[in-house]
Design a protein around this ligand. Structure first.
Ligand SMILES: C[S@@+](CC[C@H](N)C(=O)[O-])C[C@H]1O[C@@H](n2cnc3c(N)ncnc32)[C@H](O)[C@@H]1O
Length: 274
């Protein structure tokens, strides 16, 4: 893909999700007007969005946050978050997974949301305020250049966003950079069976609709291993189109980055030293 083509595609994605955020702010389901969001209408209601969260989780959320859900899974169910941890949600949208994470990690932890769309950030901040969680921080930026320091995050989650990236190797490298050694990922995404070519994926749905840009299972595994992850698994959970699935992606950043050729962050010299 040319740089111009990638920039145009990213702008198309941003416009589409800005429209979705506006619809959600006005109280309607976060539909994307043209119907090509991460759900293509009523028939997809069980495959995308709030239906993928259980009643207890939905009970912890303001109605507007649940309605704004555009994900293809439930990363909180797999991330196994603990009190005091730092969590980062890539492409946080209306904030549903950030709010649930903030509740799991408690006041001693922190939940960051990162999104490139101003309208989504405004919606997420309003939803977090309504949910009464104070340990959330929403950052503006792109997932290909995460605006956080190296080794600063315990867990990276994401829900139906990496398929939308025009530079997936950059996203996986950035995840490895911001995670602490031994840090983990719990990601939901649309993933294709290896038998489908890029053209066949594009025949099954649009790029902004989370289908055409999906990696295959093998591509995801290889990409994570190349970025320095171990214990990589990509498991299909439910079919969203012929040969395309909602999937749970798990992996752990090596605890010995130097052996994988990854940059090693040196601890800061203590004050008054030397
Ligand atoms: C399908 S929605 C999912 C939102 C949320 N994760 C959820 O489950 O409801 C995709 C979100 O990712 C954001 N996004 C897409 N590509 C991005 C990128 N390259 N960098 C940052 N945010 C991005 C969009 O603005 C949008 O809010």
């Amino acid at each position: 893909m040319t740089v111009t083509g990638a920039d145009e595609l990213r702008e198309e994605v941003r416009r589409r999700y800005a429209e979705s955020a506006r619809a959600a702010s006005e109280g309607s389901k976060g539909s994307c007007g043209g119907g090509s969001c991460c759900a293509d209408g009523e028939s997809d209601a069980a495959k995308f969005g709030e239906a993928l969260y259980d009643a207890e989780q939905r009970g912890q959320l303001p109605e507007a946050a649940a309605l704004a859900s555009l994900g293809c899974g439930n990363p909180i169910m797999v991330a196994d978050l603990h009190e005091g941890e730092t969590v980062l949600d890539l492409g946080s949208g209306g904030g549903i997974d950030v709010i649930l994470s903030a509740k799991r990690v408690g006041e001693t932890g922190i939940a960051f949301g990162l999104d490139m769309t101003d309208e989504m950030l405004a919606l997420a901040r309003a939803n977090a305020a309504e949910a009464g969680v104070r340990n959330t921080i929403f950052l503006k930026g792109v997932i290909e250049e995460i605006p956080l320091p190296a080794d600063s995050v315990d867990v990276v989650i994401s829900n139906c966003v990496i398929n939308l990236s025009t530079d997936k190797p950059a996203v996986l490298t950035e995840i490895a950079r911001v995670l602490r050694p031994g840090g983990r990922i719990g990601i939901s995404d649309v993933v294709a069976e290896d038998r489908l070519s890029a053209e066949q994926r594009a025949e099954r749905g649009s790029y902004v609709g989370c289908i055409a840009g999906a990696l295959s299972q093998g591509e995801y595994e290889a990409g994570l291993e190349a970025a320095g992850f171990e214990q990589v698994s990509v498991e299909f959970t439910h079919e969203v189109a012929d040969g395309m699935h909602g999937a749970i992606v798990k992996a752990v950043k090596t605890s010995q980055p130097e052996l994988k050729g990854l940059p090693v962050v040196q601890p800061a010299a203590s004050a008054g030293c030397c």
